[in-house]
Design a protein around this ligand. Structure first.
Ligand code: NAG
Ligand code: NAG
Ligand code: NAG
Ligand code: NAG
Ligand code: NAG
Ligand code: NAG
Ligand code: NAG
Ligand code: NAG
Ligand code: NAG
Ligand code: NAG
Length: 728
C-alpha cells in the first residue's frame, strides 16, 4: 500500500517535472539586475538600477514604504512620476500604478490637471479603466488642458440618494456613475461641478480607476485614497535604438510584421488624442516570453499539453519552431491488440519504475549520508552547541537552509552570479523561492581554522541586530563547504564607491559624514554589546557595504571575536588586513577595542582623501595612508591631500575637526585613541552643526537655527539609550 502511494507520488512528480511549462525565465537584461521589488516582478524594458532599463521613463526605484529594511516592505516606483507600481504586464503592454483620486468637499467647481504623462510614451488605458464620479448630483468630466480647456473628453452626472441606478456592479449603488475613457488619453484635467445646491455634506469624487479592481475590491471613497489605474506603454523614439532587439537588427525590418520571426513590433494607430506612436513589441504566435530581450521569445511546446494543439486522438504531435505538426500514426486499430499492447507496456513501465525507484532510494540514502557527513565536517555539531549554550532564543533567528534551495537560488552557483570575493569565500547573488534576493557566501577552504572563523561568524551575527550591520539570514551545512546566507546589499562596497565614478550619487561631503557616523555607531554598538563586547577586527572600506540608499552596513565578521572580560586578549596569529591593522596589535598580538578604532581611523582618512589605504602609486612617498595622513597633518599640508569633492563642499572648520579626530584614531598608542563611543558622538556633533550652518545659509534666521540645534542635540543624548535598547 505504502509502496503504491510512493510510486504514485513519484509518477506525479515525474510528470510535473518533465512538462513544466511554467518554468520562469529571466526577464532582466543583465543578471546583475534585480528581478523583483517587493512582490512585483520588474521585467525589461523596466528595470532597477543603471543599465537595467531602456530609457528614463522605464526606470524603477525600489524603496521601503517606511524606514524598515525588511524586503517585505519594499515597493517599486516609476521614478519619473513617483507613482507606486502594482504590476507590469509585458504581453498587454500595461503597468498598473497607484493614482490619487480627485475630490472636492466644497460646493464650487474644482479641477485638477493630470499632465504628467503629456510627453510620456505612456497613456491611460481605455480598455482597462473607467471614469467614475461619486457624490450627490456630481457633474464630473475629463477635459482638455491645452489648447482649449473647454473641450470635453467625456464625463457623467451621478444621481442622488436612492435613485435606482444599475450600471456595472459597484456603481449600481447610489450616488455613482461611470463612463468610458477615450483612447490614447495622455493628459487631461478632471473637473467636478456639484449640482446639489449645497444639499449634501458629502464630498464629491471623480477619478480614473482600473475597472476590474473597481468592480471587485473598491469599498468606500475617501479624499486621501489612491486607487489602481492602468497605463499602457510603448517604447519612446529616444529609447528605441537602445533595445537589444533593435540594436542587433534593423528597425524598419522589425516594424514590418514577419511571420517567420519570433517577435514583432508595431506602432499603434493614433486615433484621437495625443501622439502615441511609441511602438510596442509582442511575441509571435507560437512563442512566449519577453519580446524586448534578445531571444526573449521562446518557442512554445504545443505538444506538451493537449489543449495547446489540435492533433486528433490517433495522431502524433511533433513540436516545431513556432508551431507544431500532427503526424498520422498508421497502425491498425484492433481492440485485442491494443489491450495486449497496453497491458504489456504497463508491465514494462512498472518494471522500469520499480528499478528506477530502488535506484533512487539507494541514491537518496547515500545523499543523506553525505549530507550528514558534511554537516558534521562543517561544524554543524559545534555550531549547534555554540548556539544552544549561548542563547536559546537566537537559534530560531538563524535558518538552516537546505542545499537544493540554494542551488536553485544561484543557478547551481553559476559564475555569472558571483558578486564578489570576501575574506573567506566567494559571494553569489541568488533569489530564494519566496522572491527574496540574498547574498550567499561560499567558503573557499575547509581547514580547521577557517571552520572556526565560519562558526564564529554565524554565532556573532546571530546575536547582532543593528541596521548598519549586514543581517545574516541563515546558513547551510549540508554541502561540501559551508554556506552563509545574508540579506543582499545592492550598491557594492564603500571602497568601490570612493574609487569609482558614480555620476548619479557622487560621494558628497554629507554622504561621507553620514557613512562615517553609521559605521562608528555600529562599531560603538558592537563594542558596547551588554554582556560581551564584540570586536570586528577587520574594519576596512571593502567590508563596508552600501545599500540602495547608500546607507552603510558592516560585513564580514569572520575573524571577529566575543571578548569575555576575564579572558586575556591574546591570540597567536595576527589577523586583519595590511594597511588597517593597528601597529600596536601587530607588535603585541593583543587586540583591544582601540584596534578597531585604529582601523576606523584609516577608513576616515579614506573618506577625507579618497585615497586607498595601501597604494604604491600616486603622490605619496609611503604606501600606508595612515602614515601619510598623519605626517601630512603634522607637516601642515592637510588641505593638499584632501579629496577635491570634500574641499569643494565642506567648511574648513568641519574638515579640520574630522581630520583631528582621524589623527587621534590613528595614534600609535592605543590608550591615546578615543573610544568608539567618543568617535560616534563627535561625528554626530559635527553633522549637527553642519546641518545648522546649512540652515543658516538657507534662511539666515538665527532663531530657527537654534531650535534646530537643540532638537538635534536631543538626538545625541538619546544615542546611549537607543544603543542600549538595541543591544538587549
Ligand atoms: C552586467 O552589468 C555589469 C555591471 O554593471 C557589467 O559589468 C556587465 O558587463 C553586464 N553584463 C552584460 C552581459 O551586459
Ligand atoms: C514598516 O511598516 C510595517 C507595516 O506596514 C510595520 O510592520 C513595520 O514595523 C514598519 N517598520 C518600521 C521600521 O517602521
Ligand atoms: C507580499 O506577499 C506576501 C504574501 O502574499 C504579503 O504578506 C506581503 O505583505 C506582500 N508584500 C508586499 C510589499 O506587498
Ligand atoms: C497580461 O495580459 C494578458 C492579456 O491581457 C493576459 O492574458 C495575461 O494573463 C496577463 N499576465 C499577467 C501576469 O497578468
Ligand atoms: C491646468 O493647466 C492649465 C494650462 O497650463 C492652467 O492654466 C491651469 O491653471 C491648471 N489648472 C490647475 C488646477 O492646476
Ligand atoms: C450591486 O451589485 C452587487 C454585485 O453584483 C450586488 O451584490 C449588490 O446587491 C448590488 N447592489 C444594489 C444596490 O443593487
Ligand atoms: C486627508 O489628509 C489630510 C491632510 O493630510 C488630513 O488632515 C485628513 O484628516 C485626511 N482625511 C482622511 C479622511 O484621511
Ligand atoms: C517617433 O518617430 C516616428 C517615426 O519616425 C514619428 O512618426 C513620431 O512622430 C515620433 N514621435 C515622437 C514623439 O517624436
Ligand atoms: C532594413 O530593412 C528594410 C526592409 O526590410 C530594408 O529595405 C533596408 O534596406 C534595411 N536597412 C538596412 C540598413 O539594412
Ligand atoms: C523574415 O524573417 C526571415 C528570418 O529572419 C528573413 O529571412 C526574411 O527575409 C524576412 N522576410 C521579410 C519579408 O522581411
Amino acid at each position: 500500500m505504502e509502496l503504491q502511494m510512493v510510486l504514485f507520488r513519484m509518477l506525479v512528480l515525474v510528470i510535473m517535472c518533465s512538462v513544466n511549462p511554467f518554468a520562469r525565465a529571466s526577464e532582466v537584461i543583465n543578471s546583475s539586475c534585480l528581478e523583483d521589488c517587493g512582490n512585483v516582478s520588474i521585467p525589461y524594458p523596466f528595470g532597477i538600477g543603471n543599465g537595467c532599463y531602456v530609457g528614463d521613463w522605464f526606470e524603477i526605484v525600489c524603496k521601503s514604504s517606511n524606514d524598515s529594511y525588511d524586503p517585505r516592505f519594499l515597493k517599486p516606483f516609476l521614478k519619473k512620476f513617483n507613482r507606486e507600481v502594482l504590476d507590469i504586464n509585458i504581453t498587454a503592454s500595461t503597468v498598473r500604478v497607484e493614482y490619487p483620486i480627485f475630490s472636492s468637499c466644497t460646493n464650487g467647481m474644482e479641477s485638477t490637471n493630470n499632465s504628467e504623462l503629456a510627453k510620456a510614451p505612456f497613456f491611460f488605458s481605455d480598455i482597462n479603466n473607467n471614469f467614475v464620479a461619486m457624490g450627490c448630483h456630481n457633474d464630473a468630466s475629463m477635459r482638455s488642458i491645452f489648447p482649449d480647456p473647454s473641450i470635453s473628453y467625456g464625463g457623467c452626472k451621478s444621481p442622488c440618494d436612492k435613485a435606482p441606478f444599475t450600471y456595472g456592479s459597484f456603481c449600481n449603488a447610489t450616488n455613482c456613475c461611470q463612463t468610458a475613457v477615450p483612447s490614447h488619453l495622455h493628459a487631461f484635467s478632471t473637473v467636478i461641478e456639484p449640482k446639489n445646491n449645497g444639499r449634501s455634506d458629502e464630498c464629491n469624487y471623480a477619478f480614473l480607476i482600473d475597472r476590474n479592481w473597481f468592480e471587485t475590491k473598491f469599498t468606500k471613497p475617501n479624499p486621501n485614497m489612491s486607487v489602481p489605474v492602468v497605463l499602457e506603454w510603448g517604447i519612446d523614439n529616444a529609447s528605441l535604438y537602445s533595445l537589444p532587439t533593435v540594436k542587433n537588427s534593423n528597425l524598419t525590418a522589425i516594424l514590418e510584421y514577419n511571420s517567420s520571426m519570433a517577435y514583432y513590433c508595431s506602432r499603434p494607430q493614433i486615433t484621437r488624442i495625443g501622439d502615441s506612436s511609441a511602438p510596442r513589441c509582442r511575441c509571435n504566435n507560437g512563442y512566449r516570453g519577453n519580446p524586448y530581450l534578445l531571444r526573449g521569445c521562446r518557442d512554445i511546446d504545443e505538444c506538451a499539453s493537449a489543449h495547446l494543439n489540435r492533433c486528433a486522438y490517433e495522431e502524433r504531435c511533433e513540436n516545431t519552431e513556432g508551431y507544431y505538426r500532427c503526424v498520422p500514426s498508421n497502425y491498425k486499430s484492433k481492440k485485442p491488440f491494443i489491450i495486449i499492447g497496453v497491458s504489456t507496456s504497463l508491465g514494462v513501465l512498472f518494471l522500469i519504475f520499480g528499478g528506477w525507484w530502488s535506484y533512487k532510494v539507494i541514491k537518496k540514502r547515500r545523499r543523506v549520508k553525505r549530507k550528514e557527513k558534511f554537516f558534521k565536517q562543517n561544524g554543524g555539531l559545534l555550531l549547534e552547541k555554540q548556539l544552544s549554550t549561548n542563547n536559546k532564543d537566537n537559534v530560531e533567528n538563524i535558518k538552516l537552509f537546505n542545499s537544493k534551495e540554494l542551488e536553485k537560488a544561484t543557478d547551481q552557483f553559476s559564475a555569472d552570479r558571483i558578486i564578489g570575493h570576501g575574506g573567506q569565500g566567494t559571494i553569489y547573488k541568488g533569489m530564494l523561492a519566496d522572491g527574496r534576493i540574498v547574498a550567499i557566501k561560499k567558503s573557499n577552504i575547509i581547514d580547521e581554522e577557517k571552520l572556526q572563523e565560519f562558526i564564529n561568524e554565524v554565532v556573532i551575527l546571530s546575536k547582532i541586530n543593528h541596521r548598519n550591520v549586514v543581517k545574516l539570514l541563515g546558513c547551510c551545512l549540508e554541502t561540501e563547504v559551508p554556506l552563509l546566507i545574508y540579506e543582499f546589499i545592492s550598491n557594492g562596497t564603500l571602497a568601490q564607491y570612493l574609487n569609482g565614478q558614480n555620476e548619479k550619487f557622487p560621494p558628497t561631503w554629507d554622504m561621507r559624514l553620514r557613512i562615517a557616523i553609521e559605521v562608528a555607531g555600529a562599531l560603538f554598538y558592537l563594542h558596547s554589546a551588554a554582556s560581551s563586547p564584540i570586536y570586528h577586527r577587520d574594519i576596512k572600506s571593502t567590508n563596508i557595504l552600501l545599500d540602495e540608499k547608500y546607507r552603510a552596513k558592516i560585513a564580514d565578521f569572520g575573524i571577529s571575536r566575543y571578548v569575555n572580560i576575564d579572558q586575556t586578549h591574546l591570540s597567536t596569529l595576527v589577523h586583519g588586513t595590511f594597511g588597517y591593522v593597528d601597529p600596536e596589535y601587530f607588535q603585541s598580538s593583543q587586540f583591544t577595542d582601540k584596534s578597531d578604532v585604529y582601523s576606523f581611523g584609516v577608513v576616515l582618512a579614506e573618506l577625507l582623501t579618497g585615497e586607498k589605504a595601501i597604494s604604491s602609486t600616486g603622490m605619496r612617498d609611503t604606501k600606508s595612508l595612515a602614515t601619510f595622513f598623519v605626517s601630512s597633518m603634522e607637516g601642515n599640508n592637510l588641505f593638499g591631500i584632501l579629496d577635491s569633492q570634500v574641499l569643494k563642499e565642506a567648511e574648513k572648520e568641519k574638515i579640520i575637526t574630522v581630520a583631528n579626530l582621524t589623527k587621534r584614531c590613528l595614534n600609535l598608542k592605543g590608550r591615546k585613541r578615543p573610544t568608539m563611543r567618543e568617535v560616534a558622538m563627535e561625528l554626530e556633533v559635527i553633522q549637527m552643526s553642519q546641518r545648522a550652518s546649512n540652515l543658516k545659509q538657507k534662511y539666515g534666521e538665527i532663531e530657527d537655527v537654534e531650535t534646530e540645534i537643540s532638537e538635534q542635540y536631543d538626538v545625541t543624548s538619546s544615542l546611549d539609550s537607543q544603543s542600549l535598547l538595541l543591544s538587549t
